[in-house]
Design a protein around this ligand. Structure first.
Ligand code: PDD
Length: 309
């Protein structure tokens, strides 16, 4: 399996195509600079969002900006712009970049100040927004599904806040890759929480289950959309805890995220899920999800999509 190298970024394969907005200025990546005293760099003192752009349109932007506000409020960081102002900059950034299939990244930190742990006073937050061509998802992931490896969830107790402190996530996905897996799933007190940058779902007796959106996980925008689509398709859905053995015994497992959309999981550690292929529930939900994206055809396999079973 070659997952080791897939989705890994190198300087060579991330082109400088794209654009940055930094504290009010549109800049190239090469020209955009943040202070070494920025609290994002010094302390990981900041929050972020990743938004997918389809056909030049940012998808689910309202939900992302609302979550950015919630994250900022949870860490007592006062956003220097309104939601409408964030949305307007995102639109302009995309338009100026000329990119159609892209990822927008928004980061807000508590600003640049001489290094000291308490909050600085009278320091404006640093706001960075970038747009880049989308990282392609390997065809193998989409068509054959992915392999995941489980790790103890060693993160803090507020995983509902989308902060830039991602070291446990970075370490877990790196270790998963080295072990030949494509994503890491976190397990806390025997319960599956989420992936390093994705939410997790199982199909249990024909019903769809995902862990509850409490402090142990990020309430993913894609998670919310998939739950809504699942109900519209006539599936029963449950937001409840999933013990690891139940995940491994599930007929289907899949993960969701803004960038990965929906990916079937065909193996968890050494356990093959279902018959080892992406399942019918995954296919149905992913087809409907795709049909809702700006500028997309009705279905992956060319068949019309109806939101009922
Ligand atoms: N990450 N859980 C975690 C820990 C995440 O970092 C993410 C997304 C998700 C899925 O959320 P959403 O569906 O809103 O993308 C769940 C983004 C993509 C990132 O880190 O860039």
């Amino acid at each position: 399996m070659k997952s080791e190298t897939e989705l890994r970024s190198t300087r060579a394969d991330i082109p400088d195509r794209g654009l940055v907005w930094l504290n009010g200025q549109f800049l190239d990546f090469a020209a955009a600079r943040v202070s070494v005293e920025d609290r994002g760099f010094q302390f990981g003192d900041g929050v972020y969002e990743t938004i997918r752009v389809y056909a030049g349109t940012p998808f689910a932007i309202e939900q992302h900006i609302e979550r950015l506000s919630r994250s900022a409020a949870a860490v007592e960081l006062e956003l220097p712009m309104t939601g409408g102002e964030f949305a307007a900059v995102v639109e302009e950034l995309i338009a100026r970049s000329g990119l159609r299939e892209a990822e927008v990244y928004i980061q807000v930190t508590r600003g640049a100040a001489p290094r000291a742990h308490p909050f600085p006073t009278d320091v404006p937050p640093t706001v960075v927004m970038t747009v880049r061509p989308v990282r392609p998802i390997p065809r193998r992931f989409r068509e054959r599904g992915i392999v995941v490896k489980t790790f103890p969830d060693e993160r803090w107790a507020r995983c509902d806040i989308k902060t830039i402190c991602l070291l446990p996530n970075v370490l877990a996905v790196e270790r998963a890759r080295r072990a030949g897996a494509d994503e890491a799933l976190f397990v806390r007190d025997g319960l599956v929480t989420e992936g390093t940058s994705s939410n997790v779902f199982i199909v249990h007796q024909g019903e769809i289950v995902t862990p509850p959106a409490d402090h142990r996980i990020l309430a993913g925008v894609t998670r919310g959309l998939i739950l809504e689509i699942a109900r519209a398709c006539g599936y029963r859905t449950h937001e409840r805890e999933i013990p690891l053995p139940e995940l491994k015994a599930a007929s289907e497992v899949f993960i969701t995220s803004t960038v990965k959309e929906v990916l079937a999981v065909i193996r968890v550690d050494e356990t093959v899920i279902g018959n080892g292929e992406p399942g019918v529930v995954f296919r149905r939900l992913y087809d409907v999800y795709r049909s809702r994206l700006p500028g997309r055809g009705p279905s992956l396999n060319g068949e019309p999509v109806e939101e009922s079973r």
